[in-house]
Design a protein around this ligand. Sequence first.
Ligand code: FES
Length: 119
Amino acid sequence: MPEPSRHAVAPLAELPPGERRLCTVAGRAIGVFNVHGTLVAVQDVCPHELAPVCRGRVGGTTLPSPPGEWRWGREDEILACPWHGWEFDLLTGECLVDDHKRLRRYPVVVEDGVVYVIA
Ligand code: FES
């Protein structure tokens, strides 16, 4: 397996908070998301049944709450798979419905106004 290397994916100016960029890096489909100013890169493959998860809705989720209350939060931090709606925490890759599943993440660096993914 080759050593991971740095791949330019976008100018930082094209990835403001709330934006995403879908790209192919080292032969892998990857989504790069700006989550409240934090850039994260995840493989565009859902660990459930391999959907292109990075094309899913980014939003919030329901939060733990007492009976009879309904709370919504974590806006712009949660990626919902377009096939069956499983939700993933973009900041950690964790799946909110199955502790044993998670998104594959890749390091992201920004240098001289360019976003790079290391893969
Ligand atoms: S393939 Fe993603 S939730 Fe089923």
